[in-house]
Ligand binder design. Sequence first.
Ligand code: PLP
Length: 498
Amino acid sequence: MSQVEILHATFSPIDHDISRPENPSFFHDLENVTRANTNALVHDILSSPSPLRLNTEAAESPHHEENLFQSLPPVHIGHPEIHLRNGVMNASMMANDGEPDAEKAFFVADLSQVYRQHQRWVSCLPEITPYYAVKCNPDPYVLRLLAALGTGFDCASNGEISRVLSIGGVDPSRIIFANPCKANSFIRNAGKLGVDTMTFDNMDELYKVARTHPRAKLVVRILTDDTKSLCQLGLKYGAPLVTVPALLSKARELNLDVIGVSFHVGSGCYDPTVYSDAIARARYAFDMAKEAGFSFTLLDVGGGFEDASFEQAASVLKDAIEEHFPDRRNIRVIAEPGRFYVSKAFSLAANIIARRAPFSDSAEMTTGNDQPSVMYYINDGVYGAFNCILFDHQVVHPYVLSMNGSFHVPSSEPVCTSSVWGPTCDSIDCVCPKTELPSGLRVGDWLAFDNMGAYTVCAASQFNGFEVSNVVYTLGSGVVAAEVRSKLVAFAVEACGR
Ligand SMILES: *Cc1c(COP(=O)(O)O)cnc(C)c1O
């Protein structure tokens, strides 16, 4: 039985058209609003005459929702901003119904953004197959969409391997176990599941692999310059080139197959010229392999790709590969991008649950004081989605999503230097130490944050009893939404048919 199902479009009488002037009193009208009927009739898409047809009428409506995968939340259609606003309005309705945690923070994930990044990848680096780094955001829709688009996957643990294989339709040969230091049991299990390609950077790992998965196809991870990156991974991983000949001769001795080289210039790489030096080092490793009697066939250029500098990085990489690997007939080039694919695809909406401000007649509030005078407390923080501030060295920028029942903040609104804090009782839980926000902002208003897709939701904890924020999915709008949908539907059919 297929798991592909379609939910009928649901409609609510609220006007969500973001291009129109706002109705500042929408919160007051909400009592008259009937909740969108989410229990709409479900029927099996395959039993309908044309299963892959996109209902274009429904596609026009942001209220349209559809269950493409039985085990996952529905997907919507429409610009992510519409869904940020819908979420705020739904929260308001739930609050009216007295539901606990009605104002819970939530993500909006725009799958069309992931799709667009893939198109960008393919157009700039057609020769390099991306193996998406699952740790960056193991979101079930992101994994399915990328699987549908034909990428591979970089997994670092048994858990990530199972997660990728469990979506169905992904052959284990499309996975690289790209953690150079693995538990014995993990290596054995990877072998059992048919995941053969794995990285190493030290002698002990070779003995472990010889014992637990002797048929593995090994990739030597070399150390490269990572000083131009937010997260320097060379502190922990990577074999210096001088150690490579000894590693290769040990592999020989143990009868292991080494098939290529990998590196990682560091995550959040802000100087793409480092790829050039890394490729030169990879060339040295290829030559050392030849000396040792191996003929390498895999060049893995790792991750580190940033949205803003992607085209520049791609061009540096292409030139360096052309220079150092002019004959690539027997070489497959892959990469392990993480951040590049998901960073911009997720936004987070958080509710202002508390405020600490000077009394209104106080002189502290007057403009000209550049120290934060108002503290806002929101319902997600560094123990949740904003762990990226601590672990991933990110700086986040809030903007006002709704204020005083309106999505429109007049440009005449005075601002005041403020700080934004998470909900836990720890003082490290500071989201934004200093920012300008409208002085009229109050408890119950909503802030939003863009670029929240990379290294956020995956490392969020429930410290202090605060739940991890949910995700609302959209396919985007227009032609791209239809394309993303048809990719996912085709994948669902294929994956379930296995
Ligand atoms: C984290 C990681 C990646 C992904 O890095 P990004 O900077 O997000 O592209 C790729 N490969 C390995 C081995 C990693 O550890």
